[in-house]
Ligand binder design. Structure first.
Ligand SMILES: Cc1cc2nc3c(=O)[nH]c(=O)nc-3n(C[C@H](O)[C@H](O)[C@H](O)COP(=O)(O)O)c2cc1C
Ligand SMILES: [Fe+2]
Ligand SMILES: [Fe+2]
Length: 388
């Protein structure tokens, strides 16, 4: 699908509607867009390619946008295969085209692809510009947003930022998104980039001198109004500040009793005035949504059945994901369930202790097999601690 972003910039990305899981783990009910752009001045630059699943559709889009011309430069902002998967094909098709990247780009490209770029590379450094004639592209390295070689590109002529994976979201461009940009952009951010908040902060700071009217990310829609809103969201997310007040309950239940306790605990929290309580069954719901809400809200409740002297595996996976994504600066409560020797809490505690700036809410509540009325006072106490 091609469309004009500005007079000089054309969108040439593709929608992938049949992908089962993005990065082999994220559900994409609305598919995924791999974005790519052409910048036309006296010289022509192509910004990134698309996943190998869509090479031919993308090459067609590119040919249409070029309208008989040949591209001079291909800019690799990110080597990950969802963006470089069609690089070899485009390099073969346009033999005079130079490939622009930084030093890390080229060492990593060689690891992924059998590609001879001898005499065709343009190595750029942070802050360096590439003239296209009257206008130019300026490169800003953005290490670890999301990989070490990532760079963003500022096109001052149009006050336009090519933002690599930043400001992206799940879903194709034509997907109806009633929830608005933030919902799927937040799920994308925390699951994919979440660990690298400090690096996102660093690049936002670096870019603060650039006036930005348009953001062209590598996934999701082109953003061309209300830029402050999107930058604010990224500022909040990357600083690990909770975005909203609320409680996320994530539970892992084998036979349904911990699930019933979780539903009851939700009611108790709501009756005590919790602003928002969101509930996730870690065995069945999208775990990436649970991660998203855990980061979105300021309090998190982990409720889990004990399992083989440990914790039921869906919870183990969730807790380890919190560690992997650098979860911090929140209050966490634990409710465990066990039938003979409850072990969920003592398994979860050392994992949570790896997280920074976490307060463990007291008491840790233990349920024996199923929730009894005699357990309610303990849950009430924990709820009071969470809503106070
Ligand atoms: C494979 C398996 C292993 C279990 N291991 C333990 C255990 O080590 N300690 C314990 O107290 N309960 C153990 N349980 C019991 C569960 O914790 C029990 O299902 C739970 O207390 C009831 O909650 P639920 O209905 O949410 O699953 C185990 C259950 C299963 C099926
Ligand atoms: Fe990426
Ligand atoms: Fe990507």
């Amino acid at each position: 699908m091609n469309f004009k972003v500005t007079d000089n910039v054309t969108y040439i990305g593709v929608d992938d509607k049949t992908l089962d899981l993005f990065e082999s783990q994220y559900e994409v009910p609305d598919g995924m867009a791999y974005n790519s752009y052409v910048v036309k001045d006296e010289k022509i630059a192509v910004m990134d390619s698309v996943d190998a699943r869509k090479t031919y559709e993308w090459l067609d889009n590119l040919a249409k946008a070029l309208d008989g011309a040949a591209p001079d430069y291909f800019v690799v902002q990110h080597v990950e295969p969802d963006h470089s998967g069609s690089l070899k094909a485009v390099c073969e098709k346009y033999a005079d085209m130079k490939v622009v990247g930084n030093a890390k780009t080229f060492s990593m490209l060689g690891q992924f692809f059998d590609l001879d770029l001898t005499g065709r590379t343009v190595v750029v450094k942070d802050g360096e510009e590439l003239s296209l004639g009257k206008t130019s592209l300026k490169f800003y390295t953005a290490p670890m947003v999301h990989w070490p070689e990532v760079m963003m590109t500022y096109y001052a002529a149009d006050k336009l930022l090519f933002a690599a994976d930043a400001f992206g979201k799940f879903g194709t461009l034509d997907a109806e998104d009633d929830e608005g940009w933030a919902c799927e952009a937040r799920r994308y951010y925390f699951n994919i980039v979440g660990k690298y908040g400090a690096q996102v902060q660093a690049v936002l700071k670096k870019l603060s001198a650039c006036e930005i009217a348009v953001i062209c990310p590598l996934h999701g829609p082109v953003l061309n109004e209300n830029i402050g809103y999107y930058v604010d969201k990224y500022n909040t997310w990357s600083s690990y500040e909770p975005e909203d007040k609320g409680v996320t309950i994530a539970f892992a239940s084998i036979h349904g009793n911990t699930a019933a306790a979780a539903r009851r605990f939700k009611e108790i929290l709501e009756s005590k005035g919790a602003e928002k309580v969101s509930l996730f069954d870690l065995s069945r719901d999208d775990m990436a949504e649970a991660i998203e809400d855990a980061f979105r809200y300021d309090r998190l409740v982990l409720m889990a059945a004990s399992y083989d002297a440990g914790v039921f595996p869906p919870m183990l996976m969730f807790a380890n994901k919190l560690v992997a994504k650098g979860y911090k600066n929140r209050k966490i409560a634990i409710v465990e369930n066990g039938s003979w020797a409850p072990s969920a809490a003592r398994t979860l505690k050392p994992i949570i202790e790896q997280l920074k700036d976490i307060t463990l809410a007291e008491p840790v509540v233990t349920i024996k097999s199923s929730l009894k009325e005699s357990d309610i006072p303990n849950l009430e106490k924990l709820a009071d601690e969470l809503v106070k």
